[in-house]
Structure formats: C-alpha cells, structure tokens
Design a protein around this ligand. Structure first.
Ligand code: GLA
Length: 691
C-alpha cells in the first residue's frame, strides 16, 4: 500500500523550524534545524544523495529516526533483539498525525510486531522542541530493548563543530568545557543509576565561532534522572547527529507482549545570539514549562549541615534557628542526623523517625520554635538509601540491589534500596506521607548519596529494568507526595549537584548545586549550571571562612555576592560569626530580598572585564549587577564592565548612588563598579530604568 502523503513535515517554534522527511525507503531524515522555514520553502530541501563510493559510504546520511538496520554501521538510536535473534529493523511508515504544535509519525516493522511512534512538540512561547519515542510490542513474545533513545537530532552542515559540555565530580560539578568534535562517536552519560556529577545531559554545539553574545548554537538536554547516554557522532563526511536517551550499555530489558515503552522527553533548541541566548532559552523553558511553581520566589533558607554535621539535637538546632531568623532567613532546614540511630554516617538510614535521644518529644518542639521565629521548616531525607546498621535493613535485607555470590559494596556505609520493587515504593510513599502529615513541614531536601553497584534483583526475571523503573518510581513517589502535600517544596540533592536535570526539575523546586560552598570555586560551578538551568533553582549557601571543604579564606561580602547570583541561602556556623559578620550578613540578606525577583526570574547575562567577572540579571525596569574580582594585575585600575540587554535610548539610575547613566553608555562603554582595590573585591549594583 502506498504510504500516505505528505512525506515532509515542518515542526515550527516561534523563531525556528525542524524539518523531517521520508525517503523512498521510509527512512526519516532530518533536513533542517535552524531559522524558520515555511512548508513551501522546506519542500525545496533535498534528501541526501547516495554517496559517491556506494556501499562503503552508506552510513553517510544522518537520520532523525536512526534504527539499527542494514548498512548502518555507526551509532543507532533504536536497537532491539527479537525472539529469533534478529536485530535489523525494517521500518515502514504508516501514519502521521499533526495537531497545532504536535507531530507524531508512526512506523511498523515490515515483519516483526514492533510499532514505533516518533513525537515532536513545540511551544508557542519559546524555541525548545520536545521529542520522545514510544515503542509498542504488538505481538505475543517479549522483544529485547537494547537502546531506545528519545531522539536523534540532525545538525545542519557547519564549517566545523564544537561541543560544549558540563563535566565534573563531587565538589566540582558543572565544569563547562568546549572543544572540537572528533570524528566518530563521542559518548557522554551516566552508568550510575542517577544523573551524576560526572556529566550533565545538557550539551551545546556551534561551529566554533560562537561567543557569549554572537552566533548560532544548537543545544540539547534530556529530561531523565537515571542512567543516560548521549552520543554525538561526527560522520566521515562531517555531518553530526546527537542521539540521547535513557539507559546505558550493556543494560537491556524486555518489552512484554502488548506493552508500550515511553521514553523520557528529549529537548533541543536552536538559538542565535551566542551562548547567552541559548542559556536564556533554556531558562525560559524551565520557568515556563518545567518547574511546578515557577512564579514563586524561592526563600532565603538556612541549612544546618556545615555547622553541625551529625552532631545535632533540639537545643542546638533551636540556637541556630534563632541566629538564622535574626539574619533574615525565611526557611530553616534541618539536615542529616535527626532520625533513627543516625549519629554518624554508619547507621540509621532507613529508620525515618525522630531520634528519641535528640528529639525526645518528636519534631514538634523544634518546628514550633522555628515557626515562632517566623520561618518555615524544612527537613533532610535520603529515601533511596539504607545503612546495613538499621532496623530497616535487618528486617528487609532483600530490599537492596544485590547479586548472589557477590559482596554488597558499601559507599558511605550505605546500600541502595531497590525502588523498582513495588513494596519498596509503597513503603517510601507511606513513611514520607506520614512524616509530612504528622509534622508541619514546608520543604524537603531529597538527597541521594551513592551510585548503584551490584544492581541485581535476584527474584526478578527481567532484572535490568530496575535501571529504568527506579527512576520512574522515584518520580511516582515524588508526584504522589506533592499531590498529597501541595504546600511542600522539594530540593533535589545528590551529594550536591548529582541529580540536576529537566526530569527532576519537573517535580522539584530547586537543587543543591554542590557540596563545595567555596566562594571562588562556586563561580565556575554556577557558571556551568547556568548554561542549562535558571538561577531560580540554583541553591547557594554562604558558609564559613576558611571554607571547610577547600580551607580557602574568602571575605564575607564576596561569598555573599557570589551566592546572591542564585537562590541565596546561609549555611555557616552562625555561632562562630562575629557580631559584625552577623550584622553585615543581615544587610546582604535584606539587599538580596529586594532584588530577588530580578535574579530568580530575570534574563541572565554573564559579565567580564579584565579580571572582573560577574553576572547581570534584567527584568522589566530593574537590572542587577553582581561582580567579583579575585585580584588586580600589576595594580592596574579595573576596567568598566559592559552591560547587556538594556535599552540604548533609556536612562538608568544607580539605586545606591543616585547616579544616572545612559543605556547606550552602559552597553558600549561600561559601568565603573568602584570595587575595592584589594583582593577578593565584590559588589552589587542595582539600576532602575527611568525612561
Ligand atoms: C550530602 C549532601 C549534603 C548533606 C549531607 C548529609 O553530602 O550533599 O548537603 O546533606 O549529604 O549527610
């Protein structure tokens, strides 16, 4: 039967188009991803021609739906194995359905009972395209899923290709690097069971010439918080694709008879205007379509972890809460060690009731006092983990991932609960619900402090599905808790920034950016995170000096100004702060509250002028500049800092000095920040547009 017309589709966003078309063999090609094209214009685009040298170059054309099939030797985004061992797919196009902003293309295998649905969705207020794939087993036998990427993005031909990515480790997350894309396959991902510190699923590609403010950038991300992989492939003929999905090799799992596998959403955005425009497109997307309560301002929280670590009790928490309230903090978060026998990291995880020695009357007295002080109350949990030394583990040793004849490898003295199990999911939902019902809690810091090892499930035939189901059940638990306790807000933490992605952000309100709170290291960490995620989610505590993690001494103002670039919080041992430091801290917390809507919801522009770095946020009439300089070189005076995104014809008043500047001058010449000439100088300037 001839396939239905048409065979070319244009996915439109307000400013861009993504064009796909079928060839005579029903292969789906990505013909365009860039500036907007009408259907008529796109119809002029040609399908790739067969390669010069015939068979040896047959991989030469990049495909948008890229199934493992004959003569495809590179990376393929869809790989299955049928019961008889066949791995090659021969997909036939059967149907397309198009609505206002959504397109679905349906393919079936010419012989085997597999249906593939490829989906595209665009938005009316931004250029991000959302994509996913659904696989349905229409037969009676299971089909083994080897790889099921959410999307393969086909990049246009560029003169060259440069990849920007975020790598890191615990304490140094979100390190931004840019480098040429080599020929062959570049794989980034996580085999750890969670998003990971080591790579973030965000990436960006340009032709090597984009700057912060100029140039075309193609950027992708994946809304998934478990293991993931993104392959960037540069073909011998210099075409490039980006294929992203959940799972990792060598994990495979079964798609049972009649079952449908829905992949997570993969997102991509094409922007002009350099890396800043790309980052702002992601921020707008997160604020407009991802976060559950984007309109809210995040409060200034106080977190007790660095001050007390495991040494906590009612009285010490109250003493800290009193100091935090004096400083103007709005939410007091009690961190680890309030529950079970958790007096160190060796015991108690899994036993989620207040430690009777530390909180003899439960959490009520602490929460009551925190409320009296005018603050909200938050609490730390790590629901996916258990210490072997716990009542939970003694009762349910089979509830953790494990394999027969293998040790159960501990990290931080803990094991990972098998959240793919229904009984574990129910238990988790149940105790979290009870904790939030019995106590007046506004905020949960949801932590996850180790990756999977020996990820087995001996009673389950298709055990590898745990890699997917753990994350799905995590989402289910969080979604259920949110639905039952709509007032509660959640912070995603995994030893700092190990679980920051568009999947978790769909159901949480902010993230713990890094356990490294050093004001200097944070500059880079925050700069990296901001490539993909808005300031509105970026938790940033001001802690002590010297920093407990790096031993570096950094002045209080500098620590504050860097933290004010995100969701400002305080996390130091306030008993150790001098009266002057406490008073200055309060001034800076108050100053932050005044500019908070601009920082948390505004447009972000990175700033640089010689040794000065910083960030500018613009929202409506208000502009906030936060800037810092570690040291001057050779005693040279600071250069003025050129601002961005202002109206050249407007005037702007500096709210501290009353001085009025022309927008044109601020952008073309710059603003003299008047920083202290000494080392570690920093400042904040607030400008209001006058006309
Ligand atoms: C992780 C988190 C920290 C803190 C500790 C508590 O390391 O990233 O912020 O909550 O756990 O054990």
């Amino acid at each position: 039967m001839p396939a239905p017309e048409p065979r070319l589709w244009v996915v439109d966003t307000p400013n861009t188009s993504y064009v796909v078309a079928l060839d005579a063999d029903d292969r789906l090609h990505g013909l365009h991803w860039g500036p907007k094209l009408t259907y008529e214009q796109a119809s002029e685009l040609e399908l790739p021609r067969t390669q010069r040298h015939g068979i040896f170059d047959a991989q030469g054309f990049p495909l948008d739906l890229n199934p493992a099939s004959a003569i495809r030797y590179g990376q393929t985004g869809l790989q299955v194995r049928f019961g008889d061992g066949t791995r090659e797919l021969e997909l036939r196009f059967t149907a397309a359905s198009e609505s206002d902003r959504a397109l679905e293309l349906v393919f079936v295998d010419s012989h085997y009972p597999l249906e593939v649905r490829v989906r595209y969705r665009s938005l009316d207020d931004g250029d991000v395209i959302e994509r996913s794939t659904a696989l349905r087993n229409t037969g009676d036998e299971p089909i083994e899923i080897v790889r099921a990427d959410s999307a393969t993005w086909v990049l246009p031909r560029l003169e060259d290709y440069r990849l920007s990515q975020l790598h890191g480790e615990w304490g140094s997350e979100f390190q931004l690097t840019r480098g040429a894309i080599p020929h062959g396959e570049t794989l980034i991902g996580s085999r750890r069971g969670f998003t990971g510190h080591h790579s973030n699923p965000w990436l960006a590609i340009d032709d090597g010439t984009a700057t912060e403010t100029l140039g075309a950038v193609w950027s992708t991300n994946l809304a998934w918080s478990g293991s993931w992989r993104t392959t960037v492939e540069r073909y011998p003929n210099d075409r490039v694709t980006v294929s992203a999905g959940f799972g990792h090799d060598p994990v495979t799992f079964d798609l049972g008879a009649g079952e449908t596998l829905e992949t997570p959403v993969a997102t991509g955005v094409y922007t002009e205007g350099g890396f800043s425009a790309s980052a702002n497109a992601w921020h707008d997307y997160a604020l407009g379509h991802v976060l559950p309560h984007p309109e809210e301002d995040r409060p200034v929280l106080y977190n007790s972890w660095e001050a007390t670590t495991f040494d906590i009790d009612l009285h010490s928490q109250i003493a800290l809460a009193e100091k935090a309230a004096d400083m103007g903090c709005e939410l007091f978060v009690m961190d680890d060690a309030w529950f079970g026998a958790r007096t160190s990291d060796r015991a108690g995880l899994g036993d989620w009731w207040p430690n009777p020695d530390r909180f003899p009357d439960g959490l009520g007295p602490l929460i009551g006092r925190v409320r009296e002080l005018g603050m909200r109350f938050g609490i730390w949990v790590e629901p996916e983990m258990v210490n072997p030394d716990s009542e939970l583990y003694r009762k349910h040793p089979d509830w953790v991932y494990h394999r027969p004849h293998r040790r159960r490898t501990e990290m931080r003295n803990q094991l990972v609960l098998n959240l793919a199990r229904e009984d574990v999911r129910e238990w988790m939902e149940d105790w979290l619900d009870r904790l939030l019902t019995e106590n007046d809690i506004d905020f949960v810091k949801w932590d996850m402090n180790r990756p999977f090892t020996e990820a087995g499930w001996p009673d389950e035939d298709d055990a590898d599905r745990l890699w997917i189901d753990h994350t799905r059940n995590l989402y289910r638990v969080i979604d259920a808790i949110r639905a039952k306790h709509p007032r509660v807000r959640i912070e995603s933490c995994a030893s700092g920034g190990g679980r920051v992605d568009l999947g978790i952000l769909r159901r949480t309100d902010q993230v713990w950016t890094s356990d490294n709170t050093d004001g200097i290291d944070r500059i880079e960490i925050q700069e990296g995170l901001a490539q993909a995620y808005p300031a509105r989610v970026m938790g940033a505590w001001v802690t002590d000096s010297p920093n407990p993690f790096t031993r570096r001494e950094v002045p209080l103002d500098f620590r504050f100004h860097v933290a004010m670039a995100g969701v400002l919080a305080v996390g130091g041992d306030l008993h150790e702060w001098s009266g002057d430091e406490l008073a200055r801290g309060k001034e800076l917390v108050d100053a932050y509250k005044e500019v908070r809507p601009t920082i948390q919801h505004g447009r972000r522009h990175p700033l640089r002028a010689g040794g000065i770095g910083g960030v500018q946020y613009v929202r409506g009439e208000e502009t906030v500049v936060l800037a810092w300089r570690k040291a001057r070189r050779f005693g040279n005076p600071d250069a003025p800092v050129k601002l961005h995104g202002l109206d050249a014809d407007a005037k702007y008043r500096d709210e501290a000095t009353g001085r009025v500047h022309h927008g044109a001058v601020l952008m073309a010449h710059g603003l003299d920040l008047g920083l202290d000439p000494g080392d570690y100088a920093s400042g904040m300037v607030r400008l209001t547009r006058l006309s």
